[in-house]
Design a protein around this ligand. Structure first.
Ligand code: C5P
Length: 331
């Protein structure tokens, strides 16, 4: 039996890097948001043993360096299952793009294996397995808008932000996340740039998130409303869209401080998105994907055309609420 899963990508709505911890990870605070852009994963289990990864994209590793490969063993153990696991990856997301493509692929394999064996692993155990394979995996067990703490693996579902038009620019630059973290440390970025310690910055970032979250809990969510309508409402006072509230907290992605100086062409991409009318544009994760959020699909399509004209691959998509994520994942 084979199971097909859509493996949706994520963007980071702000990412604050904290101190390097004794375990080699950095503390971080981020809001993850799933988007409709996805790879397709097919999982089949045959007689025998072993793991085989098939993918036409030569950049995708077929060995244990692939997160899909690494999740099979703990998943099979949790399911009490045996067999030869064949994973086919239809790659559409950029490799090392900061969109969580590899992490999402691995979670898709975990969910597919449950279906193949018609057995459920408890939610808590799935979280353990996912977090053990990589910091960016657990968010894909929630989908929608997700608060990421710890080293990114400690995730909390947030009330969903309304679905908005989104443009993903994918410059052909491959960025290693561990290297980006190491570069951040080498720069001594927080201390030099803001004259505050990493812990101070984390505290500040935490307070901003907390203020935003308290706004969310005061029932300001207008689910299902078109963002354009909300933008119009801005003239009448405080916008009620929680995404705009988040943007107004001054959220930033700290990785921009290390990645942009190394690849100045990325700054230009962000500028094109802003000039094309994005109400927020940012590097996603450690990049090199840059996204822009737009008030309408038309505006997003115009931005895509501008980016392509300037030689940057780009696609228009939308953010996915938790409900949309789970509805479309096995469709
Ligand atoms: O968890 P993941 O496998 O994605 O992490 C890869 C590497 O990225 C880690 O070994 C670490 O060097 C770095 N990292 C980090 N802080 C994080 C997440 C990842 O330093 N919060």
């Amino acid at each position: 039996m084979s199971v097909t899963v859509r493996s949706f990508a994520k963007i980071n709505l702000g990412l604050c890097i904290g101190p390097l911890r004794p375990d080699g990870f950095h503390d971080l605070r981020t809001t993850y948001q799933t988007i409709a852009l996805h790879d397709v994963i097919r999982v089949e289990v045959a007689r025998g043993s072993g793991i085989e990864i098939r993918c036409k994209d030569p950049r995708v590793p077929r060995d244990q360096t692939n997160t899909c490969y690494r999740i099979v063993e703990p998943a099979m153990a949790a399911l009490g299952a045996k067999g030869r696991v064949v994973i086919e990856i239809e790659k559409k997301l950029p490799v090392r793009g900061g969109l969580g493509g590899g992490s999402a692929n691995a979670v898709a394999v975990l969910l597919a294996l449950e279906r193949v064996f018609k057995k459920q692993i408890t939610a808590a155990e799935k979280m353990w397995i996912a977090a053990d394979v990589g910091s960016d995996l657990p968010l894909f067990l929630l989908g929608g808008t997700v608060l990421g703490l710890g080293h990114g693996e400690e995730v909390y579902p947030l009330p969903d932000l309304p679905s908005v038009a989104c443009v993903i620019a994918t410059p052909e630059i491959s960025i290693s996340t561990p290297k980006a973290f190491a570069d951040w440390d080498r720069l001594g970025a927080p201390a030099k740039l803001t004259a505050s310690t990493p812990s101070d910055r984390m505290l500040m970032c935490g307070r901003r998130f907390s203020a935003w979250l308290s706004g969310l809990s005061q029932n300001k969510i207008r689910t299902g409303k078109a963002l354009s309508g909300v933008l119009v409402a801005r003239g009448r006072g405080r916008a009620e869209n929680p995404l705009l509230d988040l943007v107004r907290t001054g959220i930033e992605n700290d990785f921009e401080r290390v990645v942009f100086p190394q690849y100045p062409e990325l700054i230009k991409v962000k500028r094109v998105l802003e000039d094309a009318g994005a109400f927020y544009a940012s590097l996603s994760g450690s990049g090199s994907a840059i996204y822009g959020l737009f008030a309408s699909r038309t505006a997003a399509a115009r931005a895509v055309a501008r980016l392509r004209k300037s030689g940057t691959p780009a696609v228009a998509t939308t953010t996915l609420t938790r409900q949309q994520y789970w509805k479309k994942i096995f469709d």
